[in-house]
Design a protein around this ligand. Structure first.
Ligand code: ACO
Length: 335
């Protein structure tokens, strides 16, 4: 019997309308378009506005569009996994809220938190449910309202992040396409360099934690940068070597969009050209759990069946990894 693999059979995204420019940020904190562009590559990011709007709203929008695009009856979906670091609430899982808003009634749902690697950790997890033969339709949501944990008085973090929601469908295939392999790693020591100080069980919310602005992202940028550059490149090169992928064989590197300099360093180490790299950080910034799917969604019409892709990410935790995907369909027929 042929091996069952999980194939990505559809992709969708929901991007909030409001665009926060470098110029607007320059009026909020001591920064400039020149600094942000040269240090990060970011020009604009999208921000979810409106009272009562959260991560689930972008996730549910993306899921509804995905169901339509893939002609899927919500009752057919077996499982929905949501990767996020900005859940609507501490509990219940945002995946449950998204499923409810999108009309999924016959499935179960849970969240995965692996910061910027959440989307690839969740992709591997979702693929295992398909490969095992247990489920036929799994939806993977990567969504974050980063603006809800960004301190807009801290110039070192507020210029980086944006909001977005994405959804992809995974289904079984016996063809030579789909999720071929994954390499994932974590190092809990990295938490000292990148975390949210309060709001968890160690330091629950109090007047003092709010006054000390401890509910926002705390990041030691340079330390994180150093790890991100080496680990994202290491794990991408390791995947190429493991599967004997020459630079010319690779259709696309789909990197997490944290910093243009990290993406360029990864591509250099892999020996690939910039034309082989999906980059949209200039328009969206770092949308954490959404970046990779946001790239796949934007490039969908250029993707061809059998294309070899390496998805690669590094994030808080620390967490990092790469996933080798052979694309399962001609994207231009799926718009
Ligand atoms: N505008 C102007 N100046 C700034 C700004 C700004 N927005 N931000 C920082 N600076 C200043 C600093 O104060 C510092 O000034 P000083 O030299 O007078 O002290 C100087 O610029 C250099 O600061 P660095 O922090 O060294 O700047 P760097 O070049 O490292 O860029 C950045 C900062 C963009 C954060 C970078 O370190 C980076 O991208 N780090 C990795 C981020 C990442 O990959 N995170 C993981 C994913 S996120 C997640 O998992 C949720």
């Amino acid at each position: 019997m042929s091996k069952i693999r999980a194939a990505i059979t559809g992709i969708n995204a929901s991007v909030p309308e409001y665009i926060l420019t470098n110029e607007e940020l320059s009026n909020m904190v001591d920064t400039s378009d020149e600094w942000i562009t040269t240090r990060t590559g970011i020009k604009t990011r999208h921000i979810l506005k409106g009272e009562g709007k959260g991560t689930s709203d972008m996730g549910a929008e993306a899921v509804k569009g995905l169901l339509k695009k893939t002609n899927t009856d919500p009752d057919e979906v077996d499982l929905l996994i949501c990767a996020t670091v900005t859940p609507d609430m501490q509990f219940p899982a945002t995946a449950n809220i998204i499923a409810d808003k999108a009309g999924l009634k016959n499935s179960f749902h849970f969240d995965i938190n692996a910061a910027c690697s959440g989307q690839i950790y969740a992709l591997t997890t979702a693929a295992m449910y398909i490969q095992s033969g247990l489920y036929k339709k799994v939806i993977l949501v990567g969504a974050d309202k980063m603006s809800s944990i960004v301190d807009y008085t801290d110039r070192s973090t507020c210029v980086i992040f944006g909001d977005a929601g994405t959804a992809m469908m995974l289904e079984p295939t016996t063809e030579d396409v789909g999720i071929i392999d994954s390499i994932h790693q974590s190092d809990g020591f990295g938490r000292v360099h990148l975390h949210q100080k309060a709001g968890g069980s160690v330091k629950p919310a109090s007047h003092a934690t709010v006054d000390a602005r401890e509910h926002y992202i705390y990041q030691e940028g340079q330390a994180v940068f150093k790890f991100a550059v080496s680990k994202m490149a290491d794990v991408s090169v390791e995947m190429m070597k493991k599967h004997h992928i020459e630079p010319d064989d690779l259709a696309w590197l789909v990197p997490h969009q944290a910093n243009l300099r990290i993406i360029e360093a990864t591509a250099r180490r892999m020996g690939i050209e910039k034309e082989q790299v999906m980059i949209n950080i200039q328009r969206y910034g770092n949308t954490t759990s959404a970046t990779i799917a946001l790239c796949l969604w934007e490039w969908e019409n250029q993707l061809k069946k059998g294309d070899k892709l390496i998805l690669s990410a590094f994030g808080g935790g620390f967490t990092w990894g790469s996933v080798y995907v052979k694309w399962a369909y001609d994207g231009k027929n799926h718009q």
